[in-house]
Write a protein that binds this ligand. Structure first.
Ligand SMILES: Nc1ncnc2c1ncn2[C@@H]1O[C@H](COP(=O)(O)OP(=O)(O)OP(=O)(O)O)[C@@H](O)[C@H]1O
Ligand SMILES: [Mg+2]
Length: 276
């Protein structure tokens, strides 16, 4: 009886996980050990940030989670359907949306066509895909810009299109690799707020990579600090605050305290190496 209740407890905790990496390492063909051993468990609906020095394996970890690269060793589990966690080889885009640092839009196509691309590739009928693309554009505040081409959009708007393209397939998990790094601070703050609003309404699991301590604390429920390469977990810091977050949190003493703790956890990862 004891055994069965404890195994159902384990099952319950497994089904609550969106992503689980255990003992994951990555050695590239050129011999560079980028990651690991790396362990990470992300609960469904959680918003976490990965923070660490350049080259510590953050993008490598995201690519492995997305199925865009295989680990050299270890186990990767990603929830594919409601209530189910299973080992797999992920089909890129299957249940996962990926937002890259660069918006990577097709310059010859308007915003709607850019957002529609993943649906076209999946063979969705044109009219349905168009409606879904317009809905995704509206959700990121670009309802009036569906016909605009990338050259007609600002950097922040291009990033919004990229976000809409990641959301259009309604993924359970959103992976974001330094999406706002190239934007000015005010635009970045706006996108931070809009991303939080989207996360609250859509309840996706988000894994967000950033170099900014301030951004990670503002956005996340948990900040995972990585060591220098090969990336391992240096610290895992829970950010507990009143939700929904807004400018009040950004200017609060609690926010400064968290930023100080995260910076302190990050410092050893930078010691003795150039941060350039
Ligand atoms: N395709 C590849 N082949 C060989 N080495 C690679 C490859 N991709 C990444 N690396 C190396 O693996 C290490 C980790 O790279 P990765 O891009 O994951 O780091 P990162 O933490 O995302 O860095 P940044 O913050 O600068 O984006 C780096 O040393 C990088 O040179
Ligand atoms: Mg990177």
């Amino acid at each position: 009886m004891v055994a069965s209740s404890s195994s159902s407890a384990v099952e319950a905790s497994l089904t609550a996980l969106a992503v689980s990496l255990r003992g994951v390492t990555k050695v590239y063909d050129n011999g560079v050990m980028a990651l690991g051993p790396f362990d990470l468990a992300v609960r469904k609906g959680e918003f976490i940030s990965l923070l660490g020095p350049s080259g510590c394996g953050k993008s490598t970890a995201l690519r492995i989670i997305a199925g865009l690269g295989a680990p050299s060793s270890g186990t990767v589990r990603v929830a594919r359907h409601e209530g189910e966690v299973q080992p797999r080889r992920v089909q890129p885009g299957h249940g996962i949306g990926f937002v890259f640092q660069e918006p990577t839009l097709m310059p010859w196509a308007n915003a709607r066509e850019n957002v529609r691309l993943p649906l076209r590739l999946a063979g969705m009928p044109k009219a349905d895909a168009r409606a879904r693309a317009d809905e995704a554009l509206a959700s990121v505040g670009l309802a009036d810009f569906a016909d605009s081409f990338p050259r007609e959009l600002s950097g922040g708007m291009k990033m919004r299109v990229s976000l809409a393209r990641a959301l259009v397939t309604d993924p359970d998990i959103l992976l974001m690799d330094e999406p706002f790094a190239a934007l000015d601070e005010i635009t970045r703050f706006r996108l931070n707020n809009d991303l939080l609003a989207l996360w609250r309404s859509l309840r996706k699991t988000v894994i967000f990579v950033t170099h900014s301590v301030f951004e990670s604390v503002y956005l996340s429920q948990r900040v995972v600090v990585m060591t220098a390469r090969p990336g391992r977990i240096q610290a895992d810091i829970r950010i507990e605050t009143v939700e929904p977050r807004g400018e009040e949190f950004r200017t609060s003493a609690a926010y400064s305290d968290y930023c100080r703790s995260v910076s302190a956890a990050l410092a050893p990862s930078y010691s003795g190496r150039s941060t350039l």
